[in-house]
Write a protein that binds this ligand. Structure first.
Ligand SMILES: [Zn+2]
Length: 283
């Protein structure tokens, strides 16, 4: 009926808006009164969640996706998979991690996202991969930065950040100014932003700004790991050693300090004041 109505009352040129969409074609609503550039932007928004093929005709508005959960839940690995997928379809990727990671993993954490199991995503310098014939991978760069005094980059890195289609922040709980940075990427530069980090510390209290980003993000994924005590799914991190003299409760550490815990084991074992544990709120 719509098509009949359109052909009777509308000029031929506007009839296409009622045609059914076909795979690989932009949806009809994207055609209304827009030029090619606007149409491309709409298509990019439609595929943005999967960061589809070459997002370089970048949409004017990006997206923010939060990947959170306790320690040892695979957040960095999940982030790395997102970045590898984006990169393999030709998108330029710029990933940022905290310089605190170098304390745990050494110098390789300056240019790689590193997990407890090894390197998860390693950057290259501009154009390296694209010089290989037939290779359609996008540029990938990983930089570890300290953000205590703002988000500052060397000039070449700043340019790479500007032209990136996808921007990622790992260990985001350590990053003051996270919200401003994420919003600038997504809403000013139209980039797809992935934020990976802890939502809480081992006392199950807010950690950094990751939680504050949730009202402004497009999706949230809260991952779980495996409880070190019983093997059930872990939802929390538990401190396993006493606090050192003057040690901050949010100190950086790995499996030597923390372990994944399910709710039952967390409640059973997380009651040691010398570790800084706190009683559940209902007690
Ligand atoms: Zn357990």
């Amino acid at each position: 009926m719509e098509r009949a109505f359109a052909s009777r009352n509308s000029p031929v040129s506007s009839r296409s808006r009622f045609l059914p969409s076909r795979p690989g074609r932009p949806l009809p609503f994207a055609r209304r009164g827009k030029g090619d550039e606007d149409l491309r932007a709409d298509v990019c928004l439609e595929i943005a969640d999967e960061v589809g093929p070459r997002r370089r005709a970048r949409a004017r508005v990006g997206e923010i996706h939060v990947i959170t959960g306790p320690m040892f839940a695979g957040k960095t690995s999940a982030l790395a998979r997102k970045l590898a997928t984006a990169r393999s379809s030709g998108n330029a990727v710029f990933a940022i991690t905290s310089s605190l990671e170098a304390e745990r993993f050494g110098a390789r954490a300056e240019t790689s996202l590193v997990t407890h199991d090894g390197d998860a995503f390693t950057g290259d310098e501009e154009g390296v991969c694209n010089t290989i014939e037939g290779c359609d991978f996008g540029e990938a760069r990983v930089r570890a930065i300290g953000t205590e005094n703002g988000w500052t980059f060397a000039s070449e890195d700043a340019k790479a950040l500007e032209r990136a289609d996808v921007v990622a922040v790992d260990e985001a709980q350590f990053m003051p100014g996270l919200i401003d940075f994420a919003l600038e990427c997504a809403e000013k530069r139209g980039q797809i932003v992935y934020i990976a980090g802890l939502d809480g510390d081992y006392r199950r209290r807010r950690f950094g700004e990751v939680l504050d980003l949730i009202p402004m993000c497009d999706s949230v994924t809260r991952l779980r790991g495996t409880c070190a005590e019983c093997g059930r799914a872990s939802s929390f991190s538990r401190r396993v050693v006493d606090l050192g003299d003057g040690e901050d409760v949010v100190s950086v550490g790995g499996s030597e300090k923390y372990a994944p815990a399910c709710r039952a084991c967390y409640l059973r074992l997380g009651r040691d004041e010398s570790r800084g544990d706190v009683a559940p709120r209902w007690e």
